[in-house]
Design a protein around this ligand. Structure first.
Ligand SMILES: [Zn+2]
Length: 417
């Protein structure tokens, strides 16, 4: 919390004669990935901000123009950074588990909040979560504060009691809602996605499912293979979250396995990620646009062509590419061994990439996923009334215990969408 915020909050408390419970003496802002539990249950900050009470508030976000000027937020836009979390919520928070400010929210940089609950034995590790948090931090997305990236906040909340840990969520959303109703505080709904690490759904072998596109709920169901590897968990989390924020298996469409769609939303990459910047297994949504591509005219030497504003140099940074479930050598710009035969062929050939039995499919230019994200959770998230004063009424201890990761098995049908 900045000194300015502290001063404003202290002034608010003093003016209203409050005892300061849960407001001016709140903890310092935590890091984006910090798990936070046992949150103090307290009355939230009252509204309007006293210093603002008689002053103009052009955008109606409960932060008056004068304070917005001090904060550097836009007095004409209630959501300065465009993440659907309003400037009041991000600048002042509400206390009692909704204290987005203490959780690290920034009204001038995009934030996404997730509450995570988990079945016994499926507690997400910080190392796993950090793979996804890092991917969002590295997003090619600009912010009003001049930074790039998105801050992903994963609040690991609590373990689902064994008696509630339905081994097969079926029908998935009916059974999911029973758990969500018991373990997710409804007051968080306008701000948080809800994620459940569970065992299985609908009797199948799918790794997870999103409740629509876009949406605010998703499940990662790797419990039936012992939990999966760290990479499988992180990749699935990011894939299902991708559906929550508007991405489809082909980016803008449902066409899976498009060879030039370089995103973890493409099944080819969900469990593997990419080679980027000398690192392997880097999770990423598509950060490039690739020109239209034809199965009938594959040329390994020239690989893919960039679509503006993407450049050949951008494509050259991406390796670890996969086609027909095989990782091949080369990068997206040049000398890419599409058929995995170990030879970079000079000529052109035809190949079936999307596994439909023909080699004649053409694909339109791919999208840059990061610039296409939808932050409203399918209409659920964002622009809730500022200044709600409620508490969560529960204080569940977050127990830190290392999880044993079982060897992974291949999940053939990775996703229900
Ligand atoms: Zn999917």
């Amino acid at each position: 919390m900045s000194n300015l915020h502290k001063a404003l909050l202290t002034a608010s408390v003093a003016l209203l004669g409050l005892n300061g419970c849960g407001s001016a003496d709140r903890p310092e802002a935590e890091t984006a990935s910090t798990t936070r539990q046992g949150v103090e249950v307290a009355t939230a900050i009252p509204l309007p901000i006293p210093a603002c009470a008689l002053l103009p508030d052009t955008d109606g976000d409960a932060v008056c123009d004068a304070v917005e000027t001090l904060l550097g937020t836009n007095p004409n836009n209630p959501d300065t950074d465009g993440d659907r979390l309003n400037d009041y919520a991000e600048s002042f928070g509400f206390g009692g588990g909704l204290d987005l400010t203490a959780l690290g929210a920034n009204a001038r940089r995009k934030d996404i909040f997730i509450e995570a609950d988990y079945y016994p034995g499926l507690q997400p590790t910080q190392a796993m979560l950090n793979r996804v948090i890092t991917a969002f931090a590295n997003a090619p997305v600009t912010n009003p504060d001049g930074s790039t990236g998105i801050t992903l906040h994963v609040v690991v909340d609590q373990q689902i009691a064994a008696a509630d840990a339905d081994s097969d969520l079926s029908p998935v959303w009916t059974d999911f809602d029973v758990i969500k109703g018991k373990y997710f505080a409804a007051i968080r709904a306008p701000y948080f996605h809800y994620m459940l690490f569970a065992n299985r759904y609908s009797g199948g072998n799918s790794s997870g499912i999103s409740r629509g596109i876009p949406a605010h709920d998703f499940v990662v169901t790797l419990g039936f293979i012992g939990g999966g590897t760290e990479l499988q968990q992180a990749g699935t989390l990011m894939h299902e979250l991708g559906h929550n924020i508007g991405l489809r298996h082909g980016g803008t469409d449902d066409s899976n396995y498009k060879p030039h769609y370089l995103s973890i939303m493409n099944y080819e990459y969900q469990f593997y990620g990419f080679g980027i910047g000398g690192l392997n297994n880097v999770l990423d949504y598509s950060r490039v646009r690739v020109s239209a591509f034809s199965e009938a005219a594959v040329i390994e030497v020239t690989a893919f062509a960039p679509a503006a504003p993407t450049t050949e140099a951008d494509l050259a940074k991406i390796s670890g590419l996969r086609f027909n479930n095989v990782q091949v050598v080369g990068n997206a710009s040049t000398n890419l061994d599409f058929n995995g035969d170990g030879i970079i062929q000079a000529g052109s050939y035809a190949r079936d990439f999307n596994r439909n039995g023909v080699t004649t499919d053409g694909y339109p230019a791919s999208q840059n996923d990061w610039l296409a994200l939808v932050y409203d959770g399918g209409g659920q998230i964002g622009f809730a009334t500022p200044g709600i004063t409620q508490d969560l009424g529960r204080e569940d201890l977050y127990l830190v215990a290392p999880e044993k990761m079982e060897p992974c098995l291949t999940v053939d049908e990775r996703d229900g969408r």
